[in-house]
Design a protein around this ligand. Sequence first.
Ligand SMILES: C[S@@+](CC[C@H](N)C(=O)[O-])C[C@H]1O[C@@H](n2cnc3c(N)ncnc32)[C@H](O)[C@@H]1O
Length: 313
Amino acid sequence: MDNGSTDERYHEPVMGREVMDLLDLDGDGLYLDGTVGGGGHARLLLERSGACRVLAVDRDSAALAHARRVLEPHRDRVRFLQARFDRAVDDVEVRDRGLDGALLDLGVSSQQLDADDRGFTYRFGAPLDMRMDLSEPGQTAADVLAYESEDELAHLFRELAEEPRARKLARQIVRRRMTTPFRISDDLVAALAAAVGRAPTHQEKARVFQALRIRVNQELESLSIALDGIRRALLPGAVFAVISYHSLEDRSVKHAFRDWSRDCVCPPGLPVCRCRGKALGETLTRRPIVASPEEVARNPRARSAHLRAWRAA
Ligand SMILES: C[S@@+](CC[C@H](N)C(=O)[O-])C[C@H]1O[C@@H](n2cnc3c(N)ncnc32)[C@H](O)[C@@H]1O
């Protein structure tokens, strides 16, 4: 997880050139940027084609405000929507017209990581909030740590953080919260240190905090709904590109693209094909594209990025 703080780095979109090449922009098309964040990819889209339009979606109002400033020179061709990206396909223009391409660049932006009051990182004294959309009444990270059972916490840290001492960590959390509520990042880092029996490494802390963030924002659920919804909104020939930073997200994207690219999805052994019998499109990336060493050196956040793309038939 990157804690990079300069505005320049924030504006550098991950694998920008690769994403633009895959999206293969077409004249005056309508493109969905479901995770507009700092507006980096959206700006590349708008600069690449002087006629295309972008529906710029983010669930975080602060990110949208930032994207509005960055995309101001192109304001006639951008519409902003504060929503979860799985709801973007309810937009009336998307429903009526369809999409010429779509991009999801998952996770959080460097600016969100840098915001001291949002609690996305384990920086000293950060409040355990982690909600991307502060206007929604959902649970904060502190709520999850306060109310989930030991079993649920162990499951969360095992599945989402691949933490080998997930059970010990869950036990530490349940024991500690009986006397003092978890309020700031240091409280969770202390529980992790007790579970591993030493000062946790940067990677261990990053994985545990990322897992909690994914749980707070229901990120895997949102992605799974969005994949199919966005696919249905694509016009023939439209490309859907997804950049993920977590193995479970990447797996979900890989499986969806693979299933949509199959001619037959009937269970094995059926004597007659009963499914649609025809691929819905083709996967453009047999293996995920990863950032070049030069890009990773410039922008460490790109290190764990996996880019996949699929084209509708
Ligand atoms: C990695 S950043 C995107 C950066 C952007 N591509 C750029 O170049 O500036 C991810 C953004 O997606 C938003 N986000 C994450 N999950 C979302 C969801 N389910 N629906 C809408 N926005 C989401 C986050 O709030 C964050 O601003």
